[in-house]
Design a protein around this ligand. Structure first.
Ligand SMILES: Nc1ncnc2c1ncn2[C@@H]1O[C@H](COP(=O)(O)OP(=O)(O)OP(=O)(O)O)[C@@H](O)[C@H]1O
Length: 379
């Protein structure tokens, strides 16, 4: 159950990040069971937790912090609540809005792992004398003979979260514990384990995808932040105006639903978002084949764990969005950027998303998709 924790003779001082959900409660309990000296912490990440009183789970409602505290009491560990709302707003929420405004599609969970849980929280934990931060993420840490660490996909692929952790560098991974990651347990089994341990969160519903948009309405959230900005939807092949929109920022490459297109395309086939131009406030649409991408460049590469930046061209598999499949790629670092060619064209690659490279199950690294090369010149 606890092979994922470091093979160290001495118990570690562990800070368990407790969201108030079932996964992190079980993770904290497992860390205690492994013999570590565990303290729980809930992060208040919203400046306005009352706004989530709708029944939908947000990242840090009052109920979440109470649930985390109760779980800590049952496990028998000290518990604190830390206010990181300002850091979260600056590093995650404002970045999210700015990225959409620039026509890109960000991944806030990945950003939160990089900037909040394994930066702001980890730094504070280390400064206070803790050895590690423990979370309920599903990913496996493998400690090698030489003491270096690798991150691998979780044993249960259905729950694997290595994609949103692919940004962790050597230091961050050296101080991370994921007690759930290498056990092949279904969510039902985790809930049953929570029940056995007397944790009241055993039946609590799973958290929402984007924790700071409690109702799940990303477009509504962006519209409130960025205002209405009516613009044109144009056909990529003809350049003809085919509809209007209320703000180019509300779209994602590959999107089909929610397009207000006045008349059907001449071939009668559905139209997809091919390009978003914030400068002209224009959304370009076209047939699904025009989404095929043969190559991309990605910026700010980060090499996971102690993996050195690859020199030369390597064959890896890549994941291009949070719940996406894997695809084979040739990857190379050129002038600090990641250049990737796909062995087969892939569809709907959105700038702003992360590309995470894998060597088998091992996470090699990640980078932010900046530009793509289309198979056809429809845009
Ligand atoms: N507000 C928070 N305070 C402390 N830790 C948090 C908070 N939000 C998330 N975490 C940590 O990050 C991990 C992954 O977050 P995610 O939002 O993916 O939760 P999850 O998979 O639904 O897990 P859980 O069931 O614990 O909520 C959690 O398991 C927890 O350790």
């Amino acid at each position: 159950m606890t092979e994922n924790l470091p093979r160290t003779a001495r118990p570690l001082r562990v800070l368990a990040a407790m969201s108030g959900g079932v996964d992190s409660a079980v993770a904290a309990a497992r860390a205690v069971e492994a013999g570590h000296d565990v303290t729980g912490v809930h992060l208040a990440l919203s400046a306005n937790p009352q706004s989530f009183r709708t029944g939908a789970r947000g990242c840090c409602t009052i109920e979440d912090s109470r649930d985390a505290r109760r779980a800590a009491d049952v496990i028998g560990i000290p518990f604190y609540c830390w206010d990181l709302a300002e850091r979260f707003r600056e590093d995650v929420v404002e970045d999210f809005v700015a990225e959409y405004e620039a026509g890109r599609t960000p991944n806030p969970c990945l950003r939160c792992n990089e900037k909040i849980k394994f930066a702001a929280l980890l730094d504070k934990a280390l400064a206070l004398g803790f050895d590690a931060v423990c979370t309920g993420h599903y990913a496996t840490i493998v400690e090698k003979e030489d003491g270096t660490r690798e991150m691998h996909r979780a044993s249960d692929m259905a729950k694997d979260q290595s994609y949103v952790l692919g940004v962790l560098d050597e230091k961050q991974l050296a101080h991370a514990l994921f007690p759930l990651g290498d056990t092949v347990t279904t969510k039902d089994e985790i809930r049953a384990e929570a029940e056995r341990r007397g944790l009241a969160v055993a039946k609590k519903p799973d958290s929402h995808d984007i924790c700071f948009i409690a109702d799940g309405d990303t477009q509504g959230f962006l519209a409130k932040r960025l205002g209405k900005a009516e613009g044109d939807i144009v056909d990529g092949a003809t350049g003809e105006k085919v509809g209007t929109h209320d703000g180019a920022y509300g779209f994602t490459i590959g999107q089909r639903k929610g397009l207000r297109i006045g008349h059907p395309a001449p071939d009668g086939k559905p139209r997809y978002v091919l390009d978003i131009s914030p400068v002209n406030n224009t959304v370009t649409v076209g047939p699904v084949e025009a989404l095929d991408v043969t190559a991309l460049t990605a910026i700010r590469p980060r090499w996971c764990g102690s993996t050195p930046a690859p020199a030369g061209t390597y064959t890896y598999t890549a994941q291009l969005r949070a719940h996406g499949g894997e695809t084979e790629v040739f990857a190379e670092v050129v002038d600090g950027e990641l250049h990737v060619r796909f062995t087969e064209p892939v569809r709907g690659v959105a700038p702003g998303q992360a590309i995470v490279l894998y060597d088998g199950t091992r996470v090699v690294g990640s980078a932010t998709i900046a530009t793509t090369t289309r198979a056809t010149a429809a845009v």
